[in-house]
Design a protein around this ligand. Structure first.
Ligand code: CA
Length: 483
């Protein structure tokens, strides 16, 4: 019998799939992440259930939705009301460690549990000479974050007990804002060389008011800190917004892609180490990101919204002992399914270890098997409302294989510091077959009335199945911002 597999889970922060060449990137090359896909499986319909850092990390670790694990917003802390898959694996004799970005709280009760060793950044962390802390205290670590995280990871692997399996989480902070590259990548992707996305000039005409007003536009909301230089005077003013967007886009993407190059280089270091140690065959290597990101798509940067670029997650997995090389998986999968899958791969029964009616193991799908009854829709909910910087609205929705339906319930209560403005509920419906770029909201088009009714019913079914509740007004159970 094959011994229990090892897991190396590499997760970056805000790395959109369309900035990975294995996913057909038009803007960069990522040879080492591509290698995982080429020697394993590329999953094409993986979605996060709440597109922002803290909630996605909590969902991945616990295999549950935000309303179950309580980490609904970036203000939340993981409080272990549900177990994490790391705790389960540690209890089963796995060696476990996590290095890099945690972002599940900075108080002692939110520290990583279920790990033999850990060293993490407070909050977002710094790109250069970051402060890090672990069980034995804190200190500044000199160097560039992506290299440091990998150094710590490889050092732990070198010093592990070779007789027992391991689960290692390599959590990069890149390519999160403010996109500070490693000096050695500063000449890559120079200004002027980066293609603009096809939807860069979307006028948002049919979208909801709250979406039209988000503070996530390339032209007006990328700051001087973001693009590393002041906007030239001749590009200021409403009449110059088009030229200004193009100017900012080049600088934003140059830095974003340069930080990704460091992540990719460091993925290569981990793959090389596994090869050198003879561990590649029975080690599950995962590369993903906590959510997607707008790369000028619809004229935006950032995430939060339910459009494909933000909702989608890259996910490539290599496990030569079980997964055929060059595989593809088109099934709808969410970040809530990861924990069950990893436990299943390690020979454990996820149903025994994790809360019921949440995530499902997709292990069999990776072997190319049909799984009768596998979901053909996914449930999404973004809980924060109108935060002072991005002004993104709270919303929930459903994505099926053919359509997307979104409800911006505009609760008016808001995140800390938000305005008290109350708007009526707004709705969007996108036909993903005929409008995959999601440029036209057809929710009021009479020819979609039947589709809308079906999507409303599916949304209600999913909310009930997963134990969430629709918004009913100000007495609805909601995020506790004080957590
Ligand atoms: Ca993130």
């Amino acid at each position: 019998m094959m011994s229990r597999p090892n897991i190396v889970f590499v997760m970056s922060d805000d790395h959109a799939a369309h900035a990975i060449s294995a996913y057909g990137s038009r803007v960069n090359r990522t040879p080492h992440i591509d290698r995982i896909a080429a020697e394993g499986v590329r999953l094409d319909k993986v979605f996060c259930t709440n597109s922002i850092c803290t909630p996605s990390r909590a969902s991945i670790l616990t295999g549950t939705y935000s309303h179950v694990n309580g980490a609904c917003s970036i203000y939340s802390e993981l409080d272990y009301r549900v177990p994490t898959y790391a705790q389960v694996l540690q209890g089963e004799g796995y060696q476990t460690a996590i290095y890099g970005k945690w972002h599940l709280g900075v108080t002692e009760k939110a520290n990583p549990r279920g790990f033999d060793d850990w060293r993490i950044f407070p909050g977002q962390g710094e790109y250069i000479d970051p402060l890090m802390y672990g069980p034995d205290g804190e200190g500044v670590v000199e160097g560039y974050a992506s290299n440091i995280i990998t150094d710590l990871s490889l050092d732990w692997l070198e010093n592990r007990d070779a007789e027992r399996p391991f689960c290692l989480m390599v959590h990069h902070k890149a390519p999160h804002r403010p996109w500070v590259p490693d000096e050695k990548h500063k000449d890559l992707y120079p200004v002027g060389s980066i293609p603009e996305p096809p939807t860069m000039w979307d006028d948002h005409a049919t979208m909801s008011t709250v979406v039209q007003e988000v503070g996530m536009t390339i032209a007006d909301h990328l700051t001087e800190t973001d693009v590393k230089e002041p906007t030239p005077p001749e590009l200021l003013g409403e009449e110059n917004w088009h030229a200004r967007a193009s100017w900012k886009y080049q600088r934003y993407m140059r830095d974003y892609l340069q930080t990704i190059q460091s992540v990719d280089d460091n993925v290569g270091r981990v793959l090389d180490w596994l090869d050198a140690e003879g561990l590649a065959e029975n080690t599950i290597v995962v590369y993903t990101s906590d959510q997607g990101f707008f790369l000028g798509d619809h004229g935006w940067f950032d995430k939060r919204l339910m459009f494909e670029e933000s909702l989608g997650m890259p996910l490539v997995i290599r496990w030569p002992a079980e997964i055929p090389a060059q595989s593809r998986c088109e099934a709808i999968i969410t970040n809530v399914d990861f924990a069950a899958t990893f436990l299943d791969m390690c020979g454990l029964d996820p149903a025994e270890a994790l809360p019921e009616n949440q995530g499902l193991s997709f292990r069999a799908l990776l072997r190319g098997e049909e799984v009768p009854g596998w979901p053909t829709s996914m449930y999404y909910r973004y809980w924060e409302h109108d935060d002072p910087e991005h002004h993104a609205p709270a919303h929930y929705g459903v994505r099926t294989t053919t359509h997307k339906y979104i409800v911006y319930y505009n609760d008016g209560l808001g995140s800390p510091g938000s305005s008290d403005r109350v708007l009526p509920t707004e709705y969007e419906l996108y036909d993903l077959v005929n409008d995959p770029a999601e440029l036209t909201n057809v929710v009021d088009d009479p020819s979609y009335a039947g589709a809308r009714r079906e999507l409303e019913a599916e949304l209600a079914r999913l909310q009930q199945h997963f134990g969430d509740e629709p918004y009913r007004g100000s007495d609805t159970p909601r995020v506790d911002w004080s957590v």
